[in-house]
Write a protein that binds this ligand. Structure first.
Ligand SMILES: [Zn+2]
Length: 250
């Protein structure tokens, strides 16, 4: 049973016994890992209460070869997730990041890029600033890394360029915008403003600077939130539990 070291984000903790936890972790080195942490709830010992929801830790774990859970033997806290004061937006944003990572990644499929995205997103959500765009940036970057980014410039069905002016058809089941011809007869089609589409393009951009300068008014932000809610529910196969609490905040 080899001992492995990893940097991990705690996605979920479930009480297993008076002193132990079952945890779901998203690690930079191995992707998602489910593990038992014996004695993790003791204040002293090899865990130092590090296995806290959305905390970033350095862990040592034993990888089991069979169907049984891996075993975390040590965890050192790098950073806790503690958005300031009574502002719940950042907190819900963090829960949402955990829910999406948990639901859309597979055990032992590592993506350091996705880990870094989540790590950076949580660090920024913890400041409580620009939560709305930070959450949307995470969703669209996550979709890009998973190869599930909706088509924003060309019709998701036939590939013809779609002019981003006025209102644009967005097919949730067609994976993006639709031309007028392909729109006919489709269900789950939203009519979105070109402003929302432009904001989505910039939020999905590989460059990590453009989206930060983006001006998004409350109306566009609210509509963007609506489109993303619907699309993410479709990708996840169910409505994320935290989604109802996500609000557009600039
Ligand atoms: Zn088309």
């Amino acid at each position: 049973m080899p001992a492995e070291k990893a940097t991990a984000i705690v996605l979920r903790t479930i009480d297993f016994s008076e002193t132990s936890l079952v945890v779901t972790l998203y690690t930079r080195e191995f992707g998602k890992v489910g593990a038992l942490a014996k004695g993790a709830k003791r204040l002293k010992g090899p865990f130092e209460s590090a296995l806290d929801l959305l905390a970033v830790c350095r862990i040592v774990f034993l990888r089991k070869s069979s169907e049984s859970l891996d075993l975390v033997t040590e965890a050192k806290l790098v950073r806790r997730f503690r958005p300031p004061g009574r502002d719940l937006a950042g907190l819900y944003g963090g829960y949402y990041v955990a829910e999406l990572l948990s639901g859309l990644t597979h055990d032992y499929e590592a993506s350091p890029e996705l880990f870094d995205l989540a790590d950076q997103t949580l660090a920024e959500l913890a400041t409580g600033k620009a939560v709305g765009r930070r959450v949307a940036r995470f969703e669209l970057s996550l979709l890009r890394l998973l190869g599930q980014l909706p088509s924003l410039e060309r019709c998701g069905e036939c590939g013809v360029a779609v002019e981003p002016s006025g209102r644009v058809h967005f097919g949730h089941l067609s994976g993006g915008v639709l031309c007028t011809r392909c729109r006919d007869g489709k269900t789950h089609v939203a009519s979105i403003s070109a402003n929302v589409l432009r904001a989505m393009s910039q939020l999905a951009d590989r460059d990590d600077r453009r989206w930060r300068r983006l001006e998004i008014d409350a109306r566009t932000g609210g509509q963007l939130r609506g489109v993303m809610n619907h699309y993410m529910a479709h990708v996840l196969g169910k409505k994320p539990r935290v989604q109802a609490y996500l609000k557009w905040t600039t």
